[in-house]
Design a protein around this ligand. Structure first.
Ligand SMILES: [Zn+2]
Length: 318
């Protein structure tokens, strides 16, 4: 224990012992473990620890200690997780409280701290909540996904070609080995299913009225397509499930913001510049068809094994 504590330097906030290694610091002075834990709560705040003086940090620790009363009374009634490292929104609607990660040490906010929120698909709002109303925007995503049919067909074709080329390359490598020749494997890049995604992230932005936090942001990855079997139906079903959960989150946040506020539907605005025609990959599609043709000739005995192998190498450019 003595090895890992720093007897010379005491915490400037509480006078406690400070760790010798990896201590959090304010104005270059190491903090004790307990005060460092409070400093951790500042992460994501408007002013990180770096920009704080010992005096402003001391004020914060007083504020944080006073928050203990709310932390004790907090009983989670609803929770939304944004995934690994994405944080979570935890609400205690009956007591009008919220916190932004699930730990017992997490600062608790009151409903009066909540100014507004917006849940969006990339930058396009889906739910916007203020004290006046909850705006529910019609999303363009389902229509965009339904229009992906030809893009998905093209993706599947490229994927099949990629798999054939990989198999063929492995076969050529085996043959070369058998002949005792050296062979350099070709690495073809698989077509990326992410290019089919109509948007990348769901976002939650919460605007606060609070001495230490003005805003909290959360991101969650949008659903993706399964590269081995991309399906519009599967995507839409996963998408709808996520939107349903976000709708519930919006309703719960409204219960804190103003439970009597009306809910308004906003129809979809024309979205400009969303032509997402994917780039054609440079997979030599013709080569595959050609090789298959020569494979047929080989099987029928019209050409020899050597001729076939030579033709393959020529067509694959190897
Ligand atoms: Zn301390």
């Amino acid at each position: 224990m003595g090895l890992f504590t720093n007897k010379k330097k005491l915490c400037p906030i509480c006078g406690g012992v400070t760790p010798r290694l990896l201590a959090s610091k304010v104005e270059g002075q190491p903090l004790c473990i307990s005060c460092a834990g409070k400093a951790q709560e500042m992460q994501g705040g408007d002013s990180g620890l770096d920009s704080m003086t010992i005096d402003t940090f001391r004020e914060f620790t007083v504020f944080y200690d006073e928050n203990e009363t709310l932390r004790r009374s907090f009983q989670e009634s609803f929770r939304y997780d944004f995934g690994f490292l994405g944080g979570s929104v935890s609400l205690d609607v009956p007591h009008g409280l919220m916190r932004f990660h699930a730990a017992d040490s997490a600062m608790v906010f009151e409903a009066s701290n909540l100014r507004s929120f917006c849940i969006s698909e990339d930058e396009n709002p889906l739910f916007e909540g203020t004290k006046d109303a909850l705006l529910c925007h019609q999303s363009m995503i389902p229509d965009q996904v339904r229009n992906l049919e030809s893009d998905i067909d093209r993706f599947k074709l490229e994927r099949r070609q990629y798999e054939q080329l990989e198999r063929m390359d492995k076969m050529l490598e085996r043959e070369a080995k058998q002949r005792g020749e050296s062979y350099s494997t070709h690495y073809y890049s698989a077509p990326d299913a992410d290019r089919l995604k109509p948007f990348l992230k769901f976002r939650l932005k919460i605007e606060l009225e609070h001495p230490y936090w003005g805003r909290r942001d959360f991101d969650q990855n949008a659903p993706g397509f399964d590269p081995s079997d991309p399906s519009i139906k599967v995507y839409l079903s996963e998408y709808e499930k996520k939107v349903e959960k976000l709708r519930e989150l919006a309703d719960q946040l409204m219960a804190l913001l103003n439970p009597d506020a009306p809910r308004r539907q906003v129809s979809a605005q024309a979205v400009s510049g969303t032509d997402t025609s994917p780039g054609i990959s440079d997979t030599p599609a013709d080569a595959v068809a050609e090789i298959q043709k020569y494979k047929g000739l080989l099987d029928s005995g019209a050409i020899t094994e050597e001729e076939f192998a030579a033709k393959k190498r020529q067509l694959l450019g190897i």
